[in-house]
Ligand binder design. Sequence first.
Ligand code: MEV
Length: 426
Amino acid sequence: MTDNSSRLPGFYKKSIAERADITAEWAGLNETEKRILTGSGLSVGQADHMSENVVGTFSLPLGIATNFQINGRDYLIPMSIEEPSVVAAISHAAKLIRAGGGFHAAAADPVMIGQIQLLDIPDMDATLNILRENEKELLECATCYDKMIVKLGGGPRGFEFRPFPDTPVGPMIIIHLLYDTRDAMGANAVNTAVEQLAPLIAKLTGGRTLLRILSNLADQRTVTARCVIPAEQLAIKGISGTEAAQHIAEANAFAVVDPYRAATHNKGIMNGIDAIVMATGNDWRAIEAGAHAYAARNGRYSSLTDWHVNEEGDLYGEITLPMAVGTVGGATKVHPSAKVVMKILGVESAQELAMVMACVGLAQNLAAIKALSSVGIQQGHMRLHARQIAVAAGADSSQVQRIANQLVADKQINVAHAQELLITHP
Ligand code: MEV
């Protein structure tokens, strides 16, 4: 927990070493942690214990998004992503959101769903009755497999019995074990519990159990982030803040009604979320699967966000999605970089981490649809690209931005033109 401000003006202009120094001081990293932050982190030897047939490691950029204030606390957000503009755009959006009081987020209890498939059911109603009548015994049975999680306040919470009378192979009942995994992502705890529980279910019902596995549609374990941005913050050249807020609401409505747009809209959201999920060593495939399945929960794939103009004329934004992430177990506790990332984040629970991730998703979405509904996204991309070109042409840090601006203005973003400008306008 830190009292430091995440407003770090000019952070992006600093050298890598300066950024690392600022981050290390901000988060109280020691020299070893700082070395891990700026190096590759994971050794081949460590990697060999994580996967199979290992021959090396594969690195990605690790950036720090600034300006985040969530439930009154400031955060620096480490993000591992290869795509340009995402970290910059998210930091910019977080700054706008900060001006409206920051993000407000809340996470549901970390309850995962474990599924047991029950087949060979001669009488659906009778079998459902047996399951309901024996719920207490089933719950007791599910409780005894992991005493530790129960001690920590987690463990089984209850059951759902879902009949499917018509499937391609005949009737089946899907039993949901609802299981609070506390600060773990929980796949192992849940998979163990459903595997142990299945024989009792088969014995009680006389049916046959087949699949026993967690569901990635973790719709009990959702997180919501909200923000309000004063309209005047959104004004840009030629567009008033009120108009810009309306355009953002219109852009969101496009994603609400059209799955073709929703896929891209939500992909952008996941640009932000995946990057922090990756950096913390969590399972980004699980988060992706959960997010997209949740986006289709009403029968049509739709937007994960809501943006509208509120009664005060300001822009209100909200996102809700499942967030099955952990702060204990898995790569989070094994990958050296993930451990340092967790220290920078300074979160105290999986729920807090989930809240940070939802805010990152909301910030990304604001940045994307704000740009798309005004100047388009290429301008921002090209600006960042132009900076790289200016550097490649030999510009020093005092010249980079000016040369890049000129490259953009001249619509000639190439090294030869940058070199020319460095001679004519040094
Ligand atoms: C690109 O990676 C993501 C965007 O396409 C998202 C969006 O369209 O909202 C810019």
